[in-house]
Design a protein. Structure first.
Length: 129
């Protein structure tokens, strides 16, 4: 239970960042339109940064606790999926709220993904055959 609630607590920064950016669509679209293409593409991934930093900060303490408790491997196996699921659960919500705030942005990302995947698939099939 302690691992479960601590993992849920670590996922709260991503959830609150999702609430913040979905609450101010006009401010967010203005901010997003002023960014470059690389920054606008990488910006949603920074919503996950608080959870990653908390995870990296507390991970050594969990590994140190394994030396004092006998079921170390079992603790690691039970801890990691629980934490990863809860900390990354809200990230798709924040990412898709970022995309759906503006339909033009969604079309731009669809065009970028289509160009990248069609380019890669073209050279993959050419080299393969």
């Amino acid at each position: 239970l302690f691992i479960f609630f601590s993992s849920f607590f670590f996922s709260l920064p991503s959830f609150f960042s999702f609430l913040f950016f979905s609450s101010f669509p006009s401010f967010f679209s203005t901010l997003h339109s002023s960014l470059s293409l690389f920054s606008s593409f990488a910006f949603p991934f920074f919503l996950l940064l608080p959870s990653i930093l908390l995870f990296l900060f507390f991970l050594p303490f969990y590994f140190l606790s394994f030396f004092f408790y006998p079921p170390s491997l079992l603790s690691l196996i039970s801890f990691l999926p629980c934490f990863l699921f809860l900390s990354f659960f809200f990230f798709p919500l924040s990412f898709f709220s970022f995309l759906f705030l503006n339909q033009m942005e969604l079309q731009k990302y669809e065009m970028i993904f289509t160009m990248v995947f069609s380019y890669e698939s073209h050279y993959f099939y050419r080299d393969f055959f």
